[in-house]
Design a protein around this ligand. Structure first.
Ligand code: F6P
Length: 544
């Protein structure tokens, strides 16, 4: 394996540190005043999305230096390698070919692409038949509800797409169960009839505790509701790369849709893992969703670094994490139907880039992926935006704003848009102590009281934020948006020298979970557990 570039040893690293230091004292408002074309010049468009990054602590020199850093980290070659199917996931010896799942041709990856095309045909058949009311359950009634049982990448993507594209829904209702907490499945089943319900068991590995546990309970529920063993194939479908385990569970081959080891869970919504959302929005819309992502892939592949939207967003991420000490990133969709976007992006970015050694296994001397968080619409303004505006931590923000609404309620939507634009501006301009004091005096407050209160009202501004706009939230634009963040995540991993496609950090917890379960069932710990853990297990046992 070629040596991994180390960010802190790249020639531009120290230069950028100095530039960042000088920009800490610069006002973004001043830059916007002094550079009349800044808003236009710091805006990129791609695949139906527009990124305005003019309100960042960034000038032309800093941007140039970051682009140079990307060249030094060999980002262009890495992008080409990703799209060509090179074995970039070096700890698991695999390529990461999620882009092939939305491609319209396979190029040199022909045989893999043929499998993708066959899987799409199978998905289409299930989606079309369900939407046409052609599939019937054990009693002969038409299937009306689909329950996706999966977790992580086998849940978050399909759940997000289904929720985000509600205006495109057909006649089948899709539900999602992920948590091993029995309340999740139980609550979902409350509103369902077994005879009209189809379960999609969504698990790449078909070994995931939560999914298998919920699937067994769902099967039992189906039987208790009157289905015989022979009826079960009318009610269970599996999406997996582990066909044997699905067969052992009792899913016949014709009810299994494939997945491949070259698709990471958090990058899998484009595959058969997305079957539930393809059913919800119908096959034609799912194809548009794929096409939107493919348009972003095309941009990612062909746009020069300086005009490349995922690259620029990644450079901004590295800029704040490594040169300004930011430890988090907030995503603020101003569209209620994108409520689940932060959850999806948490897995995408934090499972990918929450790493502390580089691709060669060497401990890093700089930070990698930040905490990602956020919530939709104006609700956050009445809770955590206080910290965005006046807190001591820096929280670089992405505002995401569809410019029209599917609701038909344009006046209410106008208010939503106004709030988004206002919050972005407020983070940028802030309010000085003098301005705060003047406004208090104007409102009739006396000089002394205004002087005392003004520091509490002042806000530093200069809080970096991007605004991503789109004409409307539709299958294509949603596809492009998710692909944008996938590629941003990949670029940041390349700059940090880490592998974004493995997730070894989740494994130890699973192993210890099995040990704990054993102790809860009465196995002896023989001193293998720490005393705090033993005490907690004891507390649980005492309540049983
Ligand atoms: O444990 C983490 C993880 O492997 C994720 O990467 C994945 O998306 C999720 O679990 C579900 O895995 P599976 O699809 O194999 O059930």
């Amino acid at each position: 394996m070629p040596a991994t570039p180390v960010l802190s040893q790249l020639p531009s690293y120290e230069v950028i540190k100095t530039i960042a230091q000088s920009l800490k004292a610069v006002s973004v408002v001043r830059m916007l005043e002094q550079e009349p074309n800044r808003a236009a010049e710091f805006t990129l468009t791609a695949a139906g999305l527009q990124l305005d990054y003019s309100k960042h602590l960034l000038d032309v020199q800093a941007r140039q230096a970051l682009l140079q850093l990307a060249e030094e980290a060999k980002l262009p070659a890495a992008i080409a390698g990703l799209l060509a199917g090179e074995e970039l996931n070096n700890t698991e010896q695999r390529p990461a070919l999620h882009t092939l799942l939305r491609a319209s041709s396979g190029g040199s990856l022909g045989s893999k692409f043929d499998e993708v095309v066959a899987a799409r045909a199978s998905m289409r058949q299930w989606a079309d038949q369900l939407n046409a009311g052609e599939l019937r359950g054990f009693s002969g009634s038409v299937i009306t509800d689909v329950v996706n049982i999966g977790i992580g990448g086998s849940d978050l993507g399909p759940r997000l797409v289904t929720e985000a594209l509600r205006p495109f829904h057909g006649s089948v209702a899709c539900h999602y169960v992920a948590n091993v907490d029995p309340a999740d499945l139980q609550n979902t089943l409350l509103s369902l009839q077994a005879e009209t319900t189809l379960f999609i068991l969504c698990s790449k590995s078909f070994r995931t505790e939560e999914t298998l546990t919920n699937s067994l309970v769902a099967r039992e529920w189906m039987k208790q509701s009157g289905a015989t063993d022979a009826d079960l194939n009318k009610h269970f479908v599996a999406i997996t790369s582990n066909l044997q385990a699905a067969a052992d569970f009792g899913i016949p081959e014709e009810n299994c849709l494939p997945l491949w080891d070259w698709v990471g869970g958090r990058y899998s919504v484009w595959s058969a893992i997305g079957l539930s959302c393809a059913i919800a929005i119908g096959w034609e819309n799912f194809e548009l969703f794929l096409a939107g992502a493919a348009a972003m892939d095309e941009h990612f592949q062909s746009a020069p670094l300086a005009e490349n939207m995922p690259v620029m967003m990644s450079l901004l991420e590295v800029w704040y994490v490594n040169f300004f000490g930011a430890n988090n990133h907030v995503v603020l969709p101003y569209d209620h139907s994108l409520q689940k976007l932060p959850d999806f992006l948490q897995q995408l970015t934090m499972e990918s880039n929450g790493k502390r050694v580089n691709k060669s296994g060497e401990l890093l001397d700089y930070h990698t992926g930040p905490v990602l968080w956020g919530s939709a619409g104006t609700m956050g303004q009445h809770s955590f935006h206080q910290l965005l505006h006046q807190g001591t931590q820096q929280c670089p923000a992405d505002f995401i704003l569809p410019l029209t609404t599917h609701t038909g309620m344009t006046e209410q939507h106008r208010r939503l848009v106004a709030n988004c634009i206002a919050q972005s501006r407020t983070m940028t301009v802030g309010r000085s102590i003098d301005e705060a004091k003047s406004s208090l005096l104007e409102r009739g407050m006396d000089e002394a009281s205004a002087g005392e209160l003004a520091p509490h009202l002042s806000m530093p501004g200069n809080r970096p934020n991007s605004v991503i706009t789109m004409a409307s939230l539709a299958p294509q634009t949603l596809g492009a948006l998710l692909a944008l963040y996938e590629h941003r995540t990949f670029c940041s991993a390349v700059l940090w020298g880490i592998n974004p496609f493995d997730q070894w950090g989740v494994e130890l917890g699973k192993e210890i979970g099995v040990q704990v379960l054993g102790l809860m069932a009465g196995e002896s710990s023989s001193g293998s557990m720490d005393t705090a853990t033993e005490r907690l297990i004891g507390e649980w046992l005492a309540e049983q």
